[in-house]
Design a binder for this molecule. Sequence first.
Ligand SMILES: C[S@@+](CC[C@H](N)C(=O)[O-])C[C@H]1O[C@@H](n2cnc3c(N)ncnc32)[C@H](O)[C@@H]1O
Ligand SMILES: [Zn+2]
Length: 378
Amino acid sequence: MLSSTVLKLRCPRSKCSSQKGELRVHAVKSIPIQTLDKQKLTDVWHGHVECPSCQSKYPILSGILILVEHVRDYLCVHVKGISKLVADAEIPKEYRNEYLKVKKEWLAEQGSEYIEEDLESERVTSLYLMNHYLRASESRDWFQAKNGSPLIENLISEFWDQGPFTHIEKWIRELRAQNLSELSVVELGCGVGGFSRMLKDSGFYLGVDSSFASIALARHLNLGVPYPHEIKIPGDLIDGAVSRTVEFKPIVNPNCDFILADLEELPLKTESFDGSVALNAIDMLDEPSKLPRLQFEAVKKDGFAIQSCPYIWHSKTAKRLRAKAPKVATDSAMVVEWLYEKAGFKIQKREVQIPWLFFKHFRQLEIYSVHAFLGFKN
Ligand SMILES: C[S@@+](CC[C@H](N)C(=O)[O-])C[C@H]1O[C@@H](n2cnc3c(N)ncnc32)[C@H](O)[C@@H]1O
Ligand SMILES: [Zn+2]
């Protein structure tokens, strides 16, 4: 992590009262980041962040700050993503034995089926990487194949570049034109971090997500920090889940950073950003109404929120939402706009059905339709 990032953060412990207390960074190893304009920047690669109020320590592993209340649980649940990038010796001593036990069990199971929702798996992160960083108009190598599907290739050529990012980028450009050129933005559930590139020459961007594998890729691609593996994407599944390499061009944006945190205990200082973004995340939360509240708390007076999603609700969540929402809100888009208005946002711009393609492999393309809006804090 960049040491300056800590200024935006607070302790995630529910019982800690240190809203104002500054977290402190303790670096054991730092690495230089070479910016284009030769700014001297260092990334804390190994060390920890400490809360002076409750003395809790949060590890920094391979440049990634793990700012969650229950570090032990996090390390054990996310062993797959972590162990690909972090040497065992770097796991804090107090958690190492338990971590190694879980790692051993995981290694014994390796080769079993991956699950679609496994955001620490190489296959799933590779799908988001394509989505965030590849454009059909810039290169065709990644989706075209000898004997490939003409239908899939035509759909990608026509619609890939017209997805939610394209619409949201236009809103961001308009916001920056209205004297908001130095926007500071936090993205909740940022995944592999492609959104940060919309802000690369303005303000400050912070990406927050709970997937270690995604944050590591986001930091590599947007801060240029080392990544020890080749980045692969799917092709023909007979060759394996990910079998092809394409070029993902890392950039160095000294005004961005990405940390690990849980939206359920979001460790951000309140009202410290101009805007907050959450893409395809609201339907992953048990309590969706929490997301607009978090976005409201994160932004300053007159701050903005951008939200987009295809609303693939779990049935229990849908039932609860349906029961709470007013009768006039007759579909998911209206229910979510109602949640944001109730939290204190006024919706100013919206797109109701944006095509969003998800390339799974040479013989599978998923088509979603996404609702997106921009609202301002009342
Ligand atoms: C469907 S993905 C979308 C990723 C990215 N926003 C995009 O649109 O491509 C949802 C993201 O939310 C993250 N996420 C889900 N629940 C979370 C939580 N409780 N705390 C932090 N991140 C969470 C996941 O790790 C994942 O990266
Ligand atoms: Zn604390």
